[in-house]
Design a protein around this ligand. Structure first.
Ligand SMILES: Cc1cc2nc3c(=O)[nH]c(=O)nc-3n(C[C@H](O)[C@H](O)[C@H](O)COP(=O)(O)OP(=O)(O)OC[C@H]3O[C@@H](n4cnc5c(N)ncnc54)[C@H](O)[C@@H]3O)c2cc1C
Length: 364
């Protein structure tokens, strides 16, 4: 049986960040990942946007860790040559009824500590983004995009330089609490004993919590999977900023992102699913077209299927908001077991601040 000090389950952006931050302070950090490499799920199937923190309720973990995470992520990208572009974004109102939402977002963002938010009129919008149809917009300067693959690659390199181990093709299938540690078993019959376990298993984090003995129904920690698809086009050029509609209750709306090569991509939509299946068809193409053409002129046949991802949501279809769940589980009878559940957007933006939060918990 292998003995380790800190066992992190899951090598997505969050698990890799945990290994970086924790191995600066603690000995013997090991990340186990069921796939053959890092970042095979949500961390490589998203919009790659560094969010500002305007959307989340004041004092929520999402608000705090997003605002903290933006700066950590830009600094990390600068120091480690991870390609990024702090291009900013416009949240656009396309009809009168949407204007109050812009004001609400601005006020909410300011309460969360987001700097430099400005509501701009039609003329200014046209000056900044001539192709965009908007009667007003909220200009958000701290938003940006980054290359998530390079981010994870760099994190993995630093992890290993700091003597954290990344072990692939290791799928956790059971966890048992013993007197002062946890016995973790894998589908390949390996067994690890860990002093501290951190559950960063993304879409399966609720199942991992269940394995140790936490009643996820009673504690309302069941994850609900919510798929998001993307379309791309090569027909639209020269958009400089990211363009967002006003948000819906379950997503930020079908937005336009421009990747580091300058190509336009639209999405994601949002619908709850029962299985993780990354196949795509054109069922939702009409709905995409309807949403997009409100803020930019486009032809339906310009849209080509791109890719998709699945959100790990604690929020049920009829709920308004659920926060990240980041908890050391002594109160439930599992000391030194830390759960990270419902790490949906802005989880990429917050990957390093989530890791700092966990480090603070361990120090306490
Ligand atoms: C469509 C979409 C768009 C998004 N856009 C953005 C955005 O623009 N900006 C932003 O900030 N956030 C965004 N997000 C959210 C962001 O992508 C996630 O919050 C973040 O990637 C979560 O990282 P993670 O490491 O927790 O999860 P993951 O990347 O899913 O990693 C979890 C890992 O755990 C592993 N694992 C699971 N079970 C086991 C097991 N039993 N044993 C071993 N390993 C296991 C998995 O294989 C996986 O590699 C988006 C999400 C989606 C779906």
């Amino acid at each position: 049986m292998e003995k380790v000090n800190i066992l992190v389950i899951g090598a997505g952006a969050v698990g890799l960040s945990l290994a970086k931050v924790l191995s600066e302070k603690f000995e013997d950090v090991v990340v186990v990942e069921k796939e053959e490499s890092f970042g095979r799920h949500t961390s490589s199937r998203n919009s790659e946007v560094i969010h500002s923190g305007i959307y989340y309720p004041q004092n929520s973990l999402k608000a705090r860790l997003c605002v903290e995470g933006v700066n950590l992520l830009y600094d990390f990208a600068k120091e480690n040559d991870v390609p990024f572009n702090n291009c900013g974004k416009l949240v656009v109102a396309t009809c009168e009824e949407e204007i109050p939402e812009l004001t609400e977002l601005k006020e909410n963002g300011e309460r969360n500590g987001v700097k430099g938010l400005e509501i701009i009129d039609r003329l200014k919008c046209r000056e900044l983004e001539p192709q965009i149809k908007a009667i007003k917009a909220l200009k958000v300067d701290s938003t940006g995009i980054l290359d998530t693959h390079k981010l994870m690659q760099k994190l993995a390199t630093i992890d290993e330089e700091q003597d954290a181990f990344l072990v692939y093709e290791m799928e956790v299938c059971s966890i048992e609490k013993s007197s002062n540690s946890y016995i973790v078993k894998f589908t390949n019959d390996e067994v690890f004993e860990a002093n501290i376990v951190i559950n960063s298993a993304g879409l399966h984090a609720d199942k991992i919590a269940q394995m140790v003995g936490i009643d996820i129904k009673k504690h309302d920690l069941t994850l609900h999977w919510c798929k998001g698809e993307y379309y791309k086009t090569s027909k639209i050029k020269n958009i400089k900023r990211l363009i967002y509609p006003v948000p819906t209750t379950i997503s930020l709306g079908i937005h336009l992102t421009v990747n580091l090569a300058g190509d336009c991509r639209f999405g994601p939509n949002a619908y709850y699913v029962d299985e993780i299946n990354y196949a795509m068809d054109e069922t939702h193409k009409d709905a995409f077209f309807e949403s997009i053409q409100k803020y930019i002129n486009i032809e339906k046949d310009w849209l080509q299927l791109d890719d998709c991802g699945v959100r790990a949501k604690l929020q049920k279809p009829d709920e308004k908001f659920r926060d990240f769940y980041i908890q050391e589980e002594s109160e439930k009878g599992f000391p030194n077991f830390i759960n990270l559940i419902g790490i949906e957007s802005p989880g990429l933006t917050s990957c390093l601040s989530i890791a700092e939060e966990v480090k603070r918990m361990l120090k306490n």
